[in-house]
Write a protein of this length. Structure first.
Length: 277
């Protein structure tokens, strides 16, 4: 039995190592490409030395991408969309998890169904509605669409997490005279850090890296965003890979920092949010 467990552990570790290597190759490629000129990226794509190393890509990319303006727009869209998602998804999750009315059960089934609909199929109707509402070329139009589209998965996580909270805590709050709003604020809200961190990472990364909504709704000259800015390095004269990879590195850094701060809650939130539902 011990030998069998040792063999199983060995192959598991080998599989994990191979998976890590495969996932790290693209990261390694765009990082080293950011510090090489265009010719060296093509000639020696996976190698770098002192002669190749350069920082010249960064000033050019920051200027052409309008990086600081684009990062400000992208950060604002991400932050505001996450606030809307967390507030409304947590309230919806509380209602579904604790209210026994059949309406909430039906609503939950609709929410789960929406999670499997391809986004590209809904993009045209959403942009048409945004245009009718006067939200075309508006940062708030992007915020509303991103919040609405990312809401179902957040509701799914919050519902599962809240269903796992002991009912005794809720009953004790009611005995102390709390109403449903008080129960939500005093009992549930302090316990939501893991699932909220999970939503911030998962939904936040998706919104931060969005290209389709920004391209469909915003004028890239007036309201640039980071992912739209990166595509400016892919033109009719061919791909400017060194500049594009530098852009990818600059775009990735804020999300990496956020993940490092929230990672201790991430796995806990995913596991707890998927227990029931």
């Amino acid at each position: 039995m011990k030998r069998k467990n040792a063999i199983s552990k060995f192959f598991s570790e080998i599989g994990l190592l191979l998976a890590t290597v495969v996932m790290m190759i693209p990261v390694y490629y765009f990082v080293i490409s950011s510090f090489k000129n265009r010719k060296d990226v093509i000639k020696m794509p996976l190698l770098i030395n002192k002669e190749m190393f350069t920082l010249d890509n960064f000033p050019y990319v920051i200027k052409k991408m309008k990086y600081w303006q684009a990062m400000g727009n992208t950060a604002f869209i991400t932050l505001m969309a996450l606030i809307l998602i967390i507030v409304f998804a947590s309230l919806a999750g509380f209602a579904i998890a604790r209210c026994r009315h059949g309406v909430f059960s039906g609503y939950y089934k609709i929410i789960v169904t929406l999670m499997v609909i391809p986004f590209i199929g809904c993009l045209l109707p959403l942009t048409t509605i945004a245009n009718k509402l006067g939200l075309y070329n508006s940062i708030w139009g992007c915020i509303v669409i991103q919040a609405a589209w990312n809401m179902p998965f957040a509701v799914f996580l919050y519902t599962g997490f809240m269903q796992g909270i002991p009912k005794e805590l809720e009953e004790a709050a009611y005995l102390d005279g709390c109403k449903p709003v008080g129960v939500y604020a005093r009992v549930f809200l302090p316990l939501l850090a893991p699932v909220t961190a999970t939503c911030c990472i998962r939904q936040g990364v998706g919104i931060w890296n969005d290209y389709l909504v920004s391209r469909a709704l915003l004028n890239e000259n007036k309201n640039p965003t980071l992912m739209v800015g990166i595509t400016g390095f892919f033109g009719s004269r061919g791909s400017e890979l060194a500049y594009a990879m530098t852009g990818v590195l600059l775009v990735s850094i804020p999300m990496i920092i956020m993940f490092l701060f929230l990672q201790k809650y991430f796995i806990k939130g995913i596991a707890a949010g998927a227990v029931k539902g």
